[in-house]
Design a protein around this ligand. Sequence first.
Ligand code: S3P
Length: 431
Amino acid sequence: MSQLEQRVISPSRGLKGDIVVPGDKSISHRAIMFASLAEGTSRIRGLLRGEDCMSTLAAFRQMGVQVKEAGDCLLIEGRGIRGLQEPGDVIDCGNSGTTMRLMSGILAAQPFFSVLTGDRYLRQRPMGRILTPLLGMGAEISGRENGTKAPLAIRGGMLRAGEYHSPVSSAQVKSAVLLAGMQVEGETRVFEPHLSRDHSERMLRCFGVDIRSFEGGASVCGPVILKGRDIDVPGDISSAAFFMVAALITPGSELLLKNVGVNPTRSGIIDILQQMGGQITLLNQRELSGEPVADLLVKYSPLRGIEIGGDLVPRAIDEFPVVSVAAVFAEGETLIREAKELRVKETDRIAAVCDTLGKIGGLVEPLEDGMRIQGTGTLHGGLVNSFGDHRIAMSMAVAAQAATGAITIADTGCTATSFPNFWDLLEQVNH
Ligand code: S3P
């Protein structure tokens, strides 16, 4: 079983070369969803073929959407927002929180019954955060543990437009509300404490939807019509982040990461690493399907510890495991606060980072809403567990690049959820 695969990663003598990381996971999910809900055909180039996005694709196939391979593109025959069919079986979202939460928003307003489930990690993650606003709009959804956990059973139907003030800055919550709202009569507005990733808003605009972004939130007037179109998916900055940190902490490294999405709601990792003293240069800046893109030149750099909180947290929410590795190799202390959301990711990432880095000589103190990391400048070899979390597995492979001995990582199959060729690329830049 691939999930139980383990890998031994040896220290690097410097990472060198040009690489192209796979397509952005968040943008890929949305491209599949919006193309399926559109009228006409959409051609998607650069789609991430990771397990999470394949869960989204399989879900729409179950609802009658036709999909064809065309060279390096995927052609999706949209069915319009009224054309989906009731799925004949339970929809399996696998490990993907984005699939489950965004699909809940879509399915809540569809005139049929559906059930969403996922793997043992996803079934432990909080779903009350999407049920609360959707129930407020009149949705009929129930779930395990008093509606807080999947499986979720959705009796789709007529909803009311609504206004929701989310207590968390979450693109999954914001998108679930907007995707429900765009199918019903009237204006739906959603507010959040800090702006979370805005890929839904940007891509819906590409599909012709009039969606408004304003200070503190976004709104849409339904019902809308999506028009099929061609989408180019940029490389995933969250995947590039592993190579950025690996190059910054390993003497002799210089990497060019090509075609990386640098949307300001996602580029917190660049700001964090630059504040730490990392040399990262943005080259060839351009726009692709409404998303800013650049090539990133990254060179080995002495780093210093910093304090991270506020809006940098949602702007780098998936990068904290690898930021923690950078912090170990920085001079001084790094303090991460206001990041309680890390406790409800694919695993509790505060606990997982403390456990894994602790096993290889890192000094990390867990805080309720973050971590305090001492920049000792060194890690030793050892055995660590990914806890089934792709970003923990890849962060440990990054740590191994600059450690004094090999690190054995147990349970590495999970990297297929977001970065299927991660190990190949790591080998490529080490030659
Ligand atoms: C995502 C939003 C974020 C992020 C996740 C992908 C998305 O989750 O951590 O990997 O595609 O909308 P939250 O909405 O829970 O912050």
